[in-house]
Design a protein around this ligand. Structure first.
Ligand SMILES: C[S@@+](CC[C@H](N)C(=O)[O-])C[C@H]1O[C@@H](n2cnc3c(N)ncnc32)[C@H](O)[C@@H]1O
Length: 379
């Protein structure tokens, strides 16, 4: 992220354009603090830097190293559960997930806007547009899908090809991969955005040149500030987001004038799932190809456990997790918990190492650490 000069420079220019001397700023998802520091450089009086991950400790150190610690207030947690002592003039954020219609980003930004932004305040970014186009991408298709159809040391792995064609891929595409002009399939306006909207768009593309159709490509443009627009389209200087490739199982030969009807559906029960349908028609209307793909392949277990009326019962790993979390009372050591765990679950934890490993993996991300490393030093 930090090495992406296109993104970093766009963010810096946007923040210097919109943050005024004396402003109060919220940096939603501050990561290492980059946008907070740009806001300080631009003259912010105070920056509230909210971050859910432990990277916030690094951000705090970097703020000290760069002389901003007196102006940046670091708040560890997800923005949804955070309170600020005052409203802010500007919200800056870089939690864009790439080519993605909705989901959590909009929810977080909408919540922050409603609770923290002063009337007339500024949101960076303000808008995002999602684009879609049919593409020729021989190398990428060969690498991710066609490859499975070739013998592997005398073995046949062709079965996997269909699964591989039901995934989307983040790839870097050249500008000449487009077979038709791109269409905008979604516009997100963070000033008015609300969470929960899914995408279902059908687009009719007229092929502009002869070639091989390998699927659809998606990318986004973001209006980071009125004067700074970031585009992640194929062929431009690459960004961390690159482009998203929705493949079809078999390439189809197309000619100028052919029509590709692409339908893209995204839905988000918790994470975002995709379906992409392509119909390819010749100029005379003859059908050249028909594809239905989806990366939504839940197991029976997944489906049942999503039912609101399902009555969950913990399996072995769940029982171990419950035991470990219940044992976290601020007094019992990790080693003592592991010891008890092994006694309680001898099959799941046959050795001390196995029990310790279970404790560590259960505790990851779940505990507050107030002691310092030096508190554990032994003489
Ligand atoms: C892509 S990184 C960008 C970090 C930094 N703003 C930058 O520009 O380099 C996004 C960060 O936002 C954090 N994040 C995403 N949603 C968040 C939320 N609702 N509350 C707090 N942190 C969040 C993630 O943990 C991640 O560290």
């Amino acid at each position: 992220m930090l090495q992406d000069r296109v993104r970093v420079s766009a963010q810096r220019r946007a923040i210097h354009e919109m943050v005024r001397q004396g402003d109060v700023v919220l940096d939603l998802g501050c990561g290492t603090g980059l946008l907070s520091f740009f806001a300080c450089q631009a003259g912010a009086r105070k920056v509230y830097a909210v971050e859910q991950n432990d990277i916030i400790d690094c951000a705090r150190d970097l703020a000290a190293a760069n002389g901003f610690l007196d102006r940046v207030v670091f708040i560890h947690g997800n923005s949804i559960g955070v309170e600020l002592p005052e409203k802010v003039d500007v919200i800056v954020s870089d939690i864009l997930p790439g080519f993605c219609p909705e989901g959590e980003v909009t929810r977080f930004l909408a919540d922050a806007r409603q609770r923290f932004l002063k009337p007339g305040g500024v949101l960076l970014p303000a808008q995002v547009w999602l684009f879609l186009a049919p593409i020729e991408a021989t190398d990428v298709h060969d690498e991710y899908i066609g490859w499975w159809g070739k013998p592997l040391e005398g073995l046949n792995y062709d079965l996997v090809r269909s699964a591989a064609a039901n995934r989307r891929y983040v790839v870097s595409l050249p500008a000449n991969s487009l077979l038709a002009a791109a269409h905008c399939v979604e516009e997100l306006d963070f000033y008015s955005g609300v969470a929960g909207v899914a995408l279902d768009q059908e687009v009719r593309f007229v092929v502009e040149r002869d070639g091989l159709l390998h699927g659809l490509a998606g990318w986004f443009d973001a209006q980071i500030s009125p004067g700074v627009r970031l585009t992640t389209a194929p062929g431009l200087q690459q960004t961390v987001w690159q482009q998203t490739f929705f493949p079809i199982a078999e390439p189809v030969s197309v000619m100028g004038g052919d029509v590709v009807i692409g339908r893209l559906i995204a839905f988000a029960p918790d994470q975002v799932f995709w379906q992409w349908h392509l119909d390819v028609l010749s100029i005379s209307g003859e059908r050249k190809g028909h594809f239905r793909h989806s990366n939504f392949v839940p197991s029976r277990k997944d489906l049942v456990s999503r039912m609101p009326s399902f009555r969950p019962n913990l399996g072995g790993s769940g029982q171990v997790a419950r035991f470990v979390l219940n044992a976290c009372d601020g007094a019992t050591t990790v080693q003592e918990i592991a010891h008890e765990l092994r006694r309680e679950f001898p099959t799941l934890c046959p050795t001390d190492e196995a029990a310790l490993y279970r404790v560590w993996s259960t505790l990851r991300g779940q505990v507050e650490v107030t002691q310092r490393l030096s508190d554990f030093a032994t003489n």
